[in-house]
Design a protein around this ligand. Structure first.
Ligand code: HSE
Length: 444
């Protein structure tokens, strides 16, 4: 069957990510969506650059309206940004009966109500997972995963630029202006960073989350917006001494009298997970009456993280077009006829094939040559040592002890190889107790 035809409006950082990820993962995406998804047309003012990205895989045009007018196009992806031409194009795409995917938080926070109404009247979807917190599926979590709850509050670090600046100010004790220049040099902040540093970008995202959390219209004009430009390094230091970190939070809360919607620098207890979200990363905490507090963390910007969210929307819409309504989302994520048989080409590995690194604690006689013998056995089994720690015998077994603990961290190795080596080490007469093995996961 012909793949779903997608028209891209704008192929900058995010657009090229969408193109590349769709190419790279096309087989899995097809198996999930139930149909192929293909970028058939791209509209960009810089047609030459667009062609250098898509080659001959998609038709490149200079006029976005050519994409919208093409009856072959099923879904229009708007990646132009801003409230101007982007708004007109989204409304025109909707009027032409196209489904729309957009990453445009500014547009939705200000004109979302009008756009969603137009889409509902026309019977098309406007999907926007990428508009809030980039690659983190927070829209899906709020709208679907937490649907049982009365959401009580949402608080998020939803602007990577400002979180990077605050992290640097704290780490290096530098003032805002100095760090901003550095952030611009490194590409973490735009040449015109106003929307980020004044809190506007975060307020757009908080506005969208507020609407979803509480079932109210998007009301960006009611949001309180305060950025980080007036923050002094001194306050970050004093806050730290009192056990707090300063973060730019987007907050929305359900109160008796109404809904709070605000963005401003906030002191957060240093022990909270969200206080430890550093650099350009994003995180959102959602508190629901049934579920309690949940946390979502990840990259809030960047080419492929944002593309991840855009493509998730493309898959959702394709399933909507394609699937039997009772099985819109396949129970095991992939369309059932594309599931692999157990053991086929992607078996669950036996533990002996698992690759991980290890912490070993070996109780040994404190004698000459014991360590050399053990490391020799590890080397013989092809296992590389990352670190070794030997405790003083007195510390381990009390004064005059002749036993000690050897702590060894290894690099990655096959569990089967480790089993063989540990059996040999355990058999040494100088190893005095069962060896403790704990697997180590860096998760980086
Ligand atoms: N400028 C945003 C940020 C990314 O710094 O997080 C896109 O919303």
């Amino acid at each position: 069957m012909k793949p779903i035809q997608v028209g891209l409006l704008g192929i900058g950082t995010v657009g090229s990510g969408v193109f590349n990820v769709l190419q790279r993962n096309q087989e899995e995406i097809h198996r999930r969506a139930g149909r192929g998804i293909e970028i058939a047309m791209v509209a960009d003012l810089d047609a030459e650059r667009a062609r250098s990205i898509v080659g001959d895989k998609a038709r490149v045009v200079g006029d976005a309206r050519e994409v919208i007018a093409n009856p072959e196009i099923d879904i229009v992806v708007e990646l132009i940004g801003g409230y101007g031409i982007a708004k007109q194009l989204v409304l025109e795409a909707v009027a032409a009966g196209k489904h729309v995917v957009t990453a445009n938080k500014a547009l939705l926070a200000v004109h979302g109500t009008e756009i969603f109404k137009a889409a509902a009247e026309k019977g098309v979807v406007v999907a926007y997972e990428a508009a809030v917190a980039g690659g983190i599926p927070i829209i899906k979590a709020l709208r679907e995963g937490l649907a049982a709850n009365q959401i009580q509050w949402v608080a998020g670090i939803i602007n990577g630029t400002t979180n990077f600046i605050l992290s640097e100010m704290r780490d290096k004790g530098l003032d805002f202006d100095v760090v901003l220049k550095e952030a611009q040099r490194l590409g973490y902040a735009e040449a015109d960073p106003t929307f980020d540093i004044e809190g506007v970008d975060a307020a757009h995202k908080a506005t969208i989350m507020s609407a979803i959390a509480f079932g109210i219209p998007v009301q960006f004009d009611k949001a309180y917006v305060e950025g980080i430009t007036k923050l002094a390094a001194t306050d970050i230091r004093y806050a730290e001494q009192l056990g707090y970190r300063i973060k730019l939070l987007g907050i929305t809360k359900r109160m008796d009298k109404g809904v709070e919607l605000r963005v401003h620098p906030s002191l957060v207890p240093a022990k909270r997970l969200i206080a430890n979200v550093e650099g350009a990363m994003n995180a959102v905490v959602v508190h629901g009456d049934a579920v309690g507090t949940t946390l979502y963390y990840g990259k809030g910007a960047g080419s492929e993280p944002t593309a991840s969210a855009v493509i998730a929307d493309l898959v959702d819409i394709t399933r909507l077009i394609e699937a039997d309504p009772t099985h819109r989302v396949p129970p095991l994520a992939f369309q059932s006829h594309t599931l692999r048989e157990a053991g086929q080409d992607l078996p669950v590995l036996p533990m002996a094939e698992v690759v991980t690194s290890y912490y070993l604690r070996i109780r040994v006689a404190d004698e000459a040559g014991v360590l050399a013998r053990i490391t020799g056995i590890l080397a013989g089994g092809g296992i590389s040592i990352d670190a070794v720690l030997q405790r003083e015998a007195d510390e381990v077994g009390g004064e005059g002890s002749t036993q000690t603990d050897l702590i060894i961290l290894t690099h990655d190795t096959r569990e089967g190889d480790m089993d063989a080596v540990l059996a040999q080490i355990q058999g040494l007469p100088t190893v005095l107790a069962p060896i403790t093995r704990i697997r180590k996961e860096e998760l980086n």
